[in-house]
Write a new protein. Structure first.
Length: 160
Protein backbone atom coordinates (compact mmCIF):
# COMPACT_ATOMS: atom_id res chain seq x y z
CA UNK A 1 0.00 0.00 0.00
CA UNK A 2 1.17 3.54 -0.76
CA UNK A 3 0.00 6.42 1.43
CA UNK A 4 -0.22 10.03 0.22
CA UNK A 5 -0.44 12.69 2.92
CA UNK A 6 -1.50 15.93 1.27
CA UNK A 7 -0.83 19.10 3.24
CA UNK A 8 -2.49 22.06 1.52
CA UNK A 9 -1.72 25.68 2.24
CA UNK A 10 -5.13 26.39 3.81
CA UNK A 11 -7.42 23.35 3.94
CA UNK A 12 -6.85 20.52 6.41
CA UNK A 13 -4.30 17.82 5.71
CA UNK A 14 -5.67 14.56 4.32
CA UNK A 15 -4.43 11.10 3.47
CA UNK A 16 -5.42 8.61 0.80
CA UNK A 17 -3.93 5.32 -0.25
CA UNK A 18 -3.37 3.27 -3.38
CA UNK A 19 -2.60 -0.41 -3.82
CA UNK A 20 0.59 0.29 -5.80
CA UNK A 21 2.12 2.86 -8.14
CA UNK A 22 -0.06 1.76 -11.09
CA UNK A 23 -3.20 2.20 -8.99
CA UNK A 24 -2.01 5.63 -7.84
CA UNK A 25 -1.31 6.76 -11.42
CA UNK A 26 -4.74 5.55 -12.55
CA UNK A 27 -6.50 7.38 -9.72
CA UNK A 28 -4.59 10.60 -10.30
CA UNK A 29 -5.18 10.49 -14.06
CA UNK A 30 -8.92 10.22 -13.43
CA UNK A 31 -9.02 12.94 -10.77
CA UNK A 32 -11.05 16.04 -11.49
CA UNK A 33 -8.06 18.19 -10.51
CA UNK A 34 -6.04 16.67 -13.35
CA UNK A 35 -8.87 16.43 -15.86
CA UNK A 36 -9.59 20.14 -15.40
CA UNK A 37 -5.94 21.23 -15.45
CA UNK A 38 -5.07 20.85 -19.13
CA UNK A 39 -1.56 19.81 -18.10
CA UNK A 40 0.60 17.01 -19.40
CA UNK A 41 1.98 15.05 -16.47
CA UNK A 42 3.65 12.20 -18.33
CA UNK A 43 4.08 11.34 -21.96
CA UNK A 44 5.83 8.47 -23.68
CA UNK A 45 5.75 8.75 -27.45
CA UNK A 46 7.86 8.76 -30.62
CA UNK A 47 8.57 11.51 -33.11
CA UNK A 48 6.58 9.53 -35.68
CA UNK A 49 3.54 9.61 -33.36
CA UNK A 50 4.00 13.33 -32.72
CA UNK A 51 4.15 13.97 -36.47
CA UNK A 52 0.88 12.08 -36.93
CA UNK A 53 -0.72 13.94 -34.02
CA UNK A 54 0.13 17.21 -35.76
CA UNK A 55 -1.31 16.10 -39.09
CA UNK A 56 1.87 15.10 -40.91
CA UNK A 57 2.29 11.82 -42.72
CA UNK A 58 6.08 12.19 -42.98
CA UNK A 59 9.00 14.18 -41.66
CA UNK A 60 9.48 15.65 -45.13
CA UNK A 61 5.97 17.09 -44.98
CA UNK A 62 6.79 18.77 -41.66
CA UNK A 63 10.06 20.14 -43.08
CA UNK A 64 8.24 21.56 -46.12
CA UNK A 65 5.64 23.27 -43.94
CA UNK A 66 8.32 25.11 -41.98
CA UNK A 67 5.84 25.46 -39.11
CA UNK A 68 6.99 22.62 -36.88
CA UNK A 69 10.74 23.11 -36.51
CA UNK A 70 10.61 21.56 -33.05
CA UNK A 71 9.44 18.26 -34.59
CA UNK A 72 12.28 18.34 -37.11
CA UNK A 73 14.71 19.03 -34.27
CA UNK A 74 13.34 16.06 -32.28
CA UNK A 75 13.67 13.81 -35.34
CA UNK A 76 17.28 14.85 -35.80
CA UNK A 77 18.07 14.27 -32.13
CA UNK A 78 16.19 11.01 -31.54
CA UNK A 79 15.11 9.52 -34.87
CA UNK A 80 11.52 8.73 -35.73
CA UNK A 81 10.92 5.61 -33.65
CA UNK A 82 12.96 6.03 -30.48
CA UNK A 83 10.73 6.22 -27.41
CA UNK A 84 10.92 9.72 -25.96
CA UNK A 85 9.55 11.00 -22.67
CA UNK A 86 8.30 14.21 -21.16
CA UNK A 87 7.53 14.50 -17.45
CA UNK A 88 5.69 17.02 -15.32
CA UNK A 89 7.36 20.40 -15.06
CA UNK A 90 9.33 20.01 -18.26
CA UNK A 91 8.52 20.93 -21.81
CA UNK A 92 11.55 19.07 -23.14
CA UNK A 93 11.51 15.56 -24.55
CA UNK A 94 14.31 13.18 -23.65
CA UNK A 95 15.30 9.64 -24.55
CA UNK A 96 16.08 9.01 -20.88
CA UNK A 97 13.32 7.00 -19.25
CA UNK A 98 11.17 9.13 -16.96
CA UNK A 99 9.36 7.37 -14.14
CA UNK A 100 5.62 7.87 -14.64
CA UNK A 101 4.82 7.49 -10.93
CA UNK A 102 7.40 10.13 -9.98
CA UNK A 103 5.95 12.54 -12.56
CA UNK A 104 2.50 12.13 -11.04
CA UNK A 105 3.86 12.61 -7.51
CA UNK A 106 5.57 15.82 -8.68
CA UNK A 107 2.28 17.02 -10.18
CA UNK A 108 0.30 16.13 -7.06
CA UNK A 109 2.68 18.02 -4.79
CA UNK A 110 2.99 21.07 -7.02
CA UNK A 111 0.05 22.96 -5.53
CA UNK A 112 0.43 21.77 -1.93
CA UNK A 113 2.38 23.16 0.98
CA UNK A 114 3.84 19.68 1.40
CA UNK A 115 3.31 16.12 0.23
CA UNK A 116 4.49 13.03 2.05
CA UNK A 117 4.51 9.68 0.28
CA UNK A 118 5.03 6.44 2.18
CA UNK A 119 5.48 3.47 -0.12
CA UNK A 120 4.64 0.70 2.34
CA UNK A 121 2.65 0.03 5.49
CA UNK A 122 5.85 -0.35 7.49
CA UNK A 123 7.28 2.93 6.20
CA UNK A 124 4.04 4.73 7.09
CA UNK A 125 3.91 3.21 10.59
CA UNK A 126 7.55 4.15 11.18
CA UNK A 127 6.81 7.72 10.08
CA UNK A 128 4.08 8.01 12.71
CA UNK A 129 6.69 7.46 15.42
CA UNK A 130 9.21 9.91 13.94
CA UNK A 131 8.50 13.42 15.23
CA UNK A 132 10.91 14.97 12.73
CA UNK A 133 8.66 13.90 9.83
CA UNK A 134 5.85 16.05 11.19
CA UNK A 135 7.73 19.29 11.84
CA UNK A 136 5.87 20.90 8.95
CA UNK A 137 2.84 23.10 8.39
CA UNK A 138 -0.18 21.19 9.80
CA UNK A 139 2.15 18.45 11.02
CA UNK A 140 -0.18 17.22 13.77
CA UNK A 141 -3.18 17.10 11.43
CA UNK A 142 -1.11 15.36 8.77
CA UNK A 143 0.09 12.74 11.25
CA UNK A 144 -3.50 12.15 12.40
CA UNK A 145 -4.67 11.82 8.78
CA UNK A 146 -2.04 9.14 8.16
CA UNK A 147 -2.92 7.34 11.39
CA UNK A 148 -6.62 7.31 10.43
CA UNK A 149 -5.75 5.93 6.99
CA UNK A 150 -3.69 3.15 8.58
CA UNK A 151 -6.63 2.29 10.83
CA UNK A 152 -9.00 2.28 7.83
CA UNK A 153 -6.67 -0.12 6.01
CA UNK A 154 -6.48 -2.41 9.05
CA UNK A 155 -2.76 -1.82 9.55
CA UNK A 156 -3.33 -0.27 12.98
CA UNK A 157 -6.03 -1.29 15.44
CA UNK A 158 -8.94 1.02 16.14
CA UNK A 159 -8.67 2.89 19.40
CA UNK A 160 -11.59 3.21 21.79
Amino acid sequence: MIYFVEIPHQRNASCWSALDSDDAVSRLALSSAYLNSGETVFEKTTVRDLLGNHGYESLEEAVESGDEEWLVDLAQRFGLDTPIYCGYGSDEYTAEVIDEFESWVDWLGSDLNSLKVFESDSEAVAALADDSVWKVHQGDLARLALKNALVREGVLPEED
